[in-house]
Design a protein around this ligand. Structure first.
Ligand SMILES: C[S@@+](CC[C@H](N)C(=O)[O-])C[C@H]1O[C@@H](n2cnc3c(N)ncnc32)[C@H](O)[C@@H]1O
Length: 302
């Protein structure tokens, strides 16, 4: 079954596809391209192309596609079959309870990173209404800062990234979520230029070993910026760099949380310990892998 390409159909041409038929055709195309969950993705692409909610599609699956919808869906299907991520095609990603814009040249925030948000919120649960200061190092789309600020009503955040695209994306998502009045976005190299002290320091730095980047899925390798992925020869370069400045930035009783690669928790914990921090928690993602290392300053021995 062929999707329309946007030309007006001739009087004797086949009738417009129904939504349900178009979903089937797109799903076949995605399956042939090796995309997982082709039916779900085809539905999401159709909803995006036709501007439909789940409910609207469920209520009228046999409605015909308009010419414009057919043309947009055809474009979306070709891009997804070429392994462009769904969130980049639709320009949007649900993260935590928020809808965030996914900008070109900026890491597409992942569900795994919600584990960091969850762990951070549970570690500051008793101070939920306090004037907490948050430092988000390598803010990317601003996903972590936005999620934390959305849950901590009196907190403010400093979001830092070295990439101008990321700084713009963070500022745009803060504005989209109505959180700009409690955040500043600064372009910089990790925390090297800052003097203050923070109650909550969070970072999901690049942690992929350089030699592993070529083997990543095309969705990641071709669409996420190398600057957001490459953690150096052993994947830990950015943690080392951040940790050089971190101890002087910690307020009393501050908490630090790092997202780490699936096999890095023990080594990142050792780096934190070597900088005078004690491990507070290691949290696992939905797949049961250790992905978040949380720490505090170790008490001074007497
Ligand atoms: C893995 S992404 C994380 C983005 C976002 N925090 C998230 O969790 O979706 C890492 C981010 O670190 C930024 N970055 C890389 N090197 C940096 C540096 N030296 N200083 C500040 N940010 C850096 C990248 O531009 C990228 O946005």
């Amino acid at each position: 079954m062929k999707l329309g390409v946007g030309k007006k159909p001739a009087a004797d041409s086949a009738p417009a596809l129904m939504r349900i038929e178009a979903i089937g055709a797109v799903a076949d195309r995605l399956e042939a391209a090796g995309v997982e969950h082709p039916q779900d993705e085809a539905r999401a692409l159709l909803r995006g192309a036709a501007g439909l909610t789940r409910l609207e599609l469920a209520l009228a699956p046999r409605a015909p596609l308009s010419e414009d919808e057919s043309r947009i869906l055809s474009d979306y299907a070709a891009r997804r079959a070429a392994r462009e991520p769904m969130s980049r095609i639709l320009g949007e990603r649900g993260f935590w309870t928020l809808d965030l814009t996914v900008a070109p040249g900026v890491l597409d925030p992942r569900p795994d990173t919600e584990t960091l948000v969850e762990a951070a919120l549970s570690l500051v649960a008793e101070k939920r209404d306090a004037l907490l200061s948050i430092l988000d190092l390598g803010a990317g789309s601003g996903a972590i800062a936005c999620a934390l600020l959305s849950e901590l009503p009196a907190a403010w955040a400093l979001a830092v990234d070295i990439s101008p695209d990321a700084c713009r994306a963070t500022a745009a998502n803060l504005a989209r979520c109505g959180l700009s009045n409690r955040a500043s976005v600064v372009r910089g190299r990790w925390a090297e230029a800052f003097q203050g002290r923070f109650d909550l320091i969070v970072s999901n730095p690049p942690y992929v070993r350089t030699e592993d980047i070529a083997g990543l899925d095309p969705e990641v390798r071709l669409h996420d910026p190398a600057l957001a992925l490459d953690g150096g020869a052993d994947g830990l370069d950015c943690y080392r760099e951040i940790l050089r400045d971190l101890p002087r930035l910690l307020a009393e009783d501050a908490v630090v949380l790092f997202e780490v690669g699936f096999d890095q928790a023990a080594r990142v914990a050792a780096l934190l310990a070597a900088h005078g921090l004690q491990i507070e928690r290691v949290a696992r993602d939905a797949g049961g892998r250790e992905r978040i290392v949380a720490a505090r300053l170790a008490p001074l021995s007497t």
